[in-house]
Design a binder for this molecule. Sequence first.
Ligand code: ADP
Ligand code: ADP
Length: 227
Amino acid sequence: VPAIDLKGVTKTYPGRDGKATHALGPVDLRIDPGSFVSVVGPSGCGKSTLLRLVAGLEMPDTGTMQRYGTPLEGPSHEVGIVFQEHVLFPWTSVLDNVLLPADVLALPKAAARERALKLLELTGLKDFAHQRPQALSGGMKQRAAFCRAMISDPRLLLLDEPFGALDALTREELSLELSRLWQELGRAALLITHDIEEAILLGDRVLIMSERPGTIRADITIDLPRP
Ligand code: ADP
Ligand code: ADP
């Protein structure tokens, strides 16, 4: 079964003065398990709306949405999300930040802790596990956000401009790191980015969206090996 299967999905936002914004669709999209799909397109073409729908953070107006063969209704431990802004709580340790969703999802405590430490090690943050997030650089904070998104061992990772707030060098470094990590993990991913190079580097598939009417205009298969 596909990781994601959207059929005829549309989304319109009600406007303040009665002028609604047609943000997305109709969109048909199937994502196979294990495939990495990048989405590019101009600002306002509906990329974030698409991601929020797949995340279960938004309801479509029309169409059907399935995740791993079951109707997509709300968030799930099968899905990890990383946003542009690392949202780490300054009050608690890096480790506890990574463990936050474990409480919400009621994951077994000891196993979650072990997994968190393994993820922190994998991303070079092990020595910072017991420090507060302010001890981390921007790139390190984003790595911690990845660890948190991966804590429930999700089959699908949603990435909304995860490198958008970073400087060019850190951005390149981190995307190469993600590319390597991905070859190891082999999960499905949906990446939203403004950067066509990044989209091609990381994706097995690149979707190009356009504004008005917020649809997918091209679906390109990238069959180059990953760096
Ligand atoms: P991006 O281009 O990265 O999606 P935006 O600056 O367009 O970022 O939007 C940031 C957030 O603000 C969006 O996720 C959306 O929820 C919200 N937003 C965007 N446009 C509007 C709008 N016209 N009215 C209300 N909220 C909006
Ligand atoms: P992108 O991520 O490609 O920049 P978005 O999905 O954020 O695009 O936005 C698509 C369209 O929907 C834009 O016109 C945006 O202004 C509008 N929009 C997004 N979020 C909201 C919101 N919460 N309320 C009203 N309009 C929104």
